[in-house]
Design a protein around this ligand. Structure first.
Ligand SMILES: Nc1nc2c(ncn2[C@@H]2O[C@H](COP(=O)(O)OP(=O)(O)OP(=O)(O)O)[C@@H](O)[C@H]2O)c(=O)[nH]1
Ligand SMILES: [Zn+2]
Length: 371
């Protein structure tokens, strides 16, 4: 056959097929904790696009049920089927769970036009991306269309420049290095010069992988090369990051909740016995506020937070349970256990007993002193 002599590169790329055998594009949405990934997802889902979009969500730690309800409450009825990757840390076992989630999704719901995959804020998007070329079987159904990295305009610089202990990579920098498209979000929170500085920083980062950046994501070999290059250092998660989820039944006073959050995030009053404050990077929660019918959602990123009433009411027989997820950093002298315990005590004391702040702080200090 004459065609056999043709150079592969010269074969024209097939027009996008709309038949049942067409491959489904997958976009990975990545970005540091609280950068705005879910906000972007919700925006895409609510825009008019005439596409059947499937969303796969992965959350770090035990907060998946919470994240699910948060996302659903924002996206409304548009989207009813949620799939959680229950492995907690996507970076470690993404291949099995990620593929399974997509296979289950398609089995259950038929084919989608598009799949959006939100990684955890600490994920290595390279590990997530690699499953699309490593697994040939799945490769016939879906292909990686691109990696979108959301960057927090206010805290992005801080995330990017943070020094990591030896052997650990800065997750934020890696997420940007792997991006096909980087979106700077929350521009309303910074001024022009901060934007210029961040843009410059992000560009520098991109230029380090510029020659790899023109790759065709459908081309497994090129992608593999790109991923390998970025992965030369150890792809370990920062082990000092910790996620804790609390569930406390009852209803809380809105004032006390605000005081609690402000003391935690702004005043940094929660300290261990050596005087080091608890570092909270991300806060998420669903609360039952006294005298309110609707569920109230908490979103916090570093020292910024908001409490918003959702459209969802507590059902008649639904137990009122407050859920709070902390994602934070353990300081050297503060053990995981004491961090957990101090979070729990502050939270529980504040909400269950509805004690004034000064009282529960005192209790925390007394308890912390015993560790
Ligand atoms: N001011 C401002 N806040 C924003 C913007 N986009 C998102 N946020 C807020 O940032 C917080 C985190 O947003 P999410 O979309 O949940 O962030 P995420 O990256 O999905 O968070 P994780 O999944 O926990 O890593 C929320 O309180 C949002 O309302 C923005 O453009 N401006
Ligand atoms: Zn999210």
């Amino acid at each position: 056959m004459e065609e056999e002599d043709e150079c592969p590169e010269l074969v024209p790329i097939k027009e996008k097929s709309t038949g049942p055998t067409a491959q489904i594009p997958v976009t990975i949405i990545t970005g540091y904790l609280g950068a705005g990934k879910t906000t972007l997802l919700n925006y895409i889902l609510t825009e008019q696009h005439n596409k059947r979009i499937a969303v796969i969500l992965n959350e770090f730690g035990e907060g998946s049920a919470l994240e699910k309800s948060l996302a659903v409450s924002q996206a409304g009825e548009l989207y009813e089927e949620w799939l959680e990757l229950r492995n907690g840390c996507l970076c470690c076992s993404v291949k099995d769970n990620g593929l399974k989630a997509i296979e289950n999704l398609m089995e259950k719901k038929g084919k989608f036009d598009y799949i959006l995959l939100e990684t955890t804020g600490l994920a290595d998007p390279g590990a997530v991306a690699s499953m699309f070329w490593v697994d040939a079987e799945l490769g016939s159904d879906v292909y990686l269309d691109g990696i979108v990295t959301v960057i927090d305009a206010k805290y992005g610089m801080q995330h990017l420049t943070e020094e990591k202990p030896e052997g650990l990579i800065n997750e934020a920098a890696r997420q940007i290095a792997l991006a096909d498209l980087a979106i700077i979000n929350k521009t309303d929170l910074v001024n022009e010069s901060e934007m210029v500085e961040l843009r410059g920083m992000v560009r520098v980062d991109l230029s380090q992988v510029l020659d790899l950046h023109s790759f065709d994501t459908k081309d497994g070999i090129r992608l593999a090369e790109k991923l390998q290059l970025v992965k030369t250092s150890q792809p370990h998660l920062d082990k000092s990051m910790l996620t804790i989820t609390f569930e406390v039944p009852g209803s809380v006073s809105e004032d006390l909740l605000n005081i609690f959050i402000q003391n935690l995030l702004w005043e940094k009053t929660f300290k261990n016995k050596t005087g080091l404050a608890m570092i909270v990077i991300r806060l998420k929660g669903i609360f039952s506020i006294q005298h309110k019918q609707k569920k109230v959602m908490l979103q916090g990123v570093h020292e910024l937070y908001e409490l918003d009433e959702t459209s969802e009411c507590w059902a008649d027989h639904e137990p009122r349970i407050n859920r709070l997820v902390f994602i934070g950093k353990i300081r050297y002298s503060l053990s995981v256990e004491s961090w957990e315990i101090s979070c729990f005590i502050t939270f529980k004391t504040c909400f269950i007993n509805n004690l004034p702040f000064t009282v529960f702080l005192l209790q925390v200090e007394t308890l912390m002193a015993t560790f």
